[in-house]
Design a protein around this ligand. Structure first.
Ligand code: PEP
Ligand code: MG
Length: 584
């Protein structure tokens, strides 16, 4: 068996060693025949019944979502249900059966091929990638038509035996199918398409399972039951490795497991540098149910509650926005769960790769469109409801309000005006809230970072959103795998902008946090400390490793080194200096 190595985009850390389980598209192999005139309507009904069965299956999947299922999964099921209801899928193939007498499978594949070709013409890469969602939905219908089980997970013969360790290899994985993998023995994911923030990547990270995406040809080159090593740190997949390589990776796996176990001991240790500076470590959460994981990791509070996830994955209510009472209950739940620690609730950040409903897809450049605060200010009634709900939750513990995507002074002023309006209403209604609630700004548009005095004058605290700051500063779509290699947190422009934001914010006496992915990257902890960062907010799973790095850091030394890094321009020089920081 030939051994070979494939490179892709690492999206979820760790090493998985197991056998390949290939998911091949059902669409590749359908029967083609012409239906006699008198059977055409029966064939139409066969397709209609299959579509109805998939609808039913999606509803069941939604209803059966485990309580602790990643929140994104519900949203993805909704998207598939919406696609299935679209006349392009639910009606056009019926017309093909009637007009051309194709059998149901052939009619569906014909229509999907047609749609896929249209999607290929679309310039916007995000929209172009939606082609795969449509294909996944079609595959579900084909599986019903051809009588193949809907479940794509393998069935293991002997229930008493531990199932073999399997790694999924697919062109793309639908998030709904991911659900089926949750309780199975899949230990890794490999896909041909997808970027750092593709649906598969997001879910794999939530499940904490090693994954590499954007591998281009993996599903063609890898064969069923091939031995695979998935290196989720390096973005490498080794097919049929030699015994020597296998042993090396097994040894690395053992070392990593031991390191994880050791880290747990740091849960209660305060994050203090060697020279005595205390660092605040906060958690990023999507739902109140994530709070126990934050506490388990020893977080000092929640630095980023991405409230938009409350607005997504609402099943049959997909297009309905949660009312004030429902939002209030959720915010209060998080506040109570954090037991007195601060909870920073970010107001709705929809748009771009987090559409509230399918109509959001109409923007040509959604990342530059009506996103986040822009959307909220355009929908003041909805925004007011959210602000009232957050304010009401502030009566139950320390709450801070964080506003995403601000760039203009008038946006800040309008937002603060709306918060004031919500406060006046609550006072009139004699509803309690924290009068001194702090309001902060996400600094994630380069214009905001460059015009920081506008913000420090008006805001109580700042939180740097490096994910978007890098996207907008370097003009790299954060969900497009074709430009993923250009998404570089160490670009000198990025480093200088982050450092100057921290310095200017601190000079004005404001707390400054980083809540983008950079905060949870242990390779960058010392660099950020050297820039003066004292507040980090990240996924709970990353928190203890970052804490360990902080405990071993001498701030004086890294600050001097970082000043030098900030003066450097050459990428090689910056990269090696950042690497050296870790060895100090
Ligand atoms: C960011 O942009 O860095 C951020 C934290 O927000 P999000 O990833 O939700 O856009
Ligand atoms: Mg952002």
């Amino acid at each position: 068996m030939a051994s070979f190595l494939l490179h892709g985009i690492p999206v979820s850390r760790g090493i998985a060693i197991g056998r390949a389980h290939l998911l091949t598209p059902a669409a590749l192999d359908v029967k083609h025949y012409l239906v006699p005139e008198e059977q055409v309507e029966a064939e139409v009904r066969r397709l209609q019944d299959a579509i109805a069965a998939v609808h039913h299956n999606l509803q069941e999947l939604w209803a059966g979502l485990p309580k602790d299922a990643p929140t994104e999964l519900g949203a993805f099921i909704d998207v598939h249900a919406l696609i299935l209801s679209d006349p392009m899928i639910s009606e056009a193939p019926l017309d093909i059966i009637r007009a051309r007498h194709y059998n149901a499978e052939w009619a569906l594949v014909t229509q999907i091929d047609e749609l896929s070709a249209q999607f290929d013409e679309i310039e916007d890469p995000y929209l172009r990638e939606r082609k795969y969602d449509i294909q996944q939905v079609a595959e579900r219908v084909l599986k019903v038509l051809t009588g193949t089980a809907l479940s794509v997970a393998p069935v293991f013969a002997d229930e008493d035996q531990p199932p073999p360790q399997m790694i999924v290899v697919a062109h793309d994985i639908s998030p709904a199918d991911m659900l089926a993998f949750r309780d199975r023995s899949f230990i890794g994911f490999v896909t041909d398409v997808g970027g750092q923030n593709s649906h598969t990547a997001i879910v794999a990270r939530s499940l904490d399972i090693p994954a590499v995406v954007g591998m281009d040809q993996a599903s063609r080159l890898v064969e069923q039951d091939d031995w695979l090593i998935v290196d989720g740190d390096a973005g490498v997949v080794i097919c049929n490795p030699s015994q020597l390589v296998l042993e090396q990776y097994r040894a690395r796996q053992i070392t990593m497991a031991k390191a994880r176990k050791r880290l747990l001991k740091l849960k209660k240790t305060p994050a203090i540098t060697r020279d005595g500076t205390t660092i605040t470590l906060l958690a990023n959460i999507e739902l109140p149910d994530d709070c126990p994981a934050a506490l388990e990791a020893g977080a000092n509070g929640v630095g980023l509650f991405r409230s938009e996830f409350l607005f997504m994955g609402r099943g049959a209510q997909a297009l309905r926005i949660p009312d004030e009472e429902e939002q209030f209950e959720q915010y209060r739940k998080a506040v109570l769960a954090m037991k007195g620690r601060p909870v920073t609730i970010r107001t709705l950040d929809v748009g771009a790769d987090k559409p509230l409903d399918q109509t959001d897809h109409t923007a040509l450049n959604p990342a530059l469109g009506l996103r986040a605060i822009r959307y909220c200010l355009a929908e003041p009634q909805m925004f007011l409801v959210q602000l009232r709900a957050i304010l009401r939750a502030s009566a139950f513990g320390k709450v801070r309000i964080l506003i995403p995507m601000l760039a203009h002074a008038f946006e800040i002023d309008q937002t603060l005006g709306m918060i004031e309006q919500a406060k006046i209403q609550l006072r009139d209604e004699k509803i309690r809230f924290d009068e001194g609630i702090e309001v902060g700004a996400m600094i994630e548009i380069p214009a905001a970072a460059l015009a920081l005095p506008l913000f420090v004058r008006r805001m109580d605290f700042l939180s740097i959103g490096t994910n978007d700051l890098i996207q907008y500063l370097l003009a790299i779509d954060r969900v497009d795998y074709e430009v993923a290699h250009l998404y570089n947190p160490l670009h000198p422009a990025v480093l200088q902008l982050i450092a100057s934001t921290i310095a200017t914010g601190h000079k004005a006496g404001l707390d400054v946090a980083v809540c983008g992915e950079m905060a949870g990257d242990v390779k960058l902890t010392r660099l950020l400390l050297g820039m003066g960062l004292r507040e980090f907010s990240m996924h709970p799973a990353q928190l203890l490793a970052v804490k360990q790095e902080i405990l071993n850091t001498d701030l004086g030394v890294v600050t001097t080194r970082t000043r030098r890094i900030l003066r450097a321009m050459e990428p090689g020089e910056i990269a090696s200096a950042v690497e050296q920081l870790q060895t100090l």
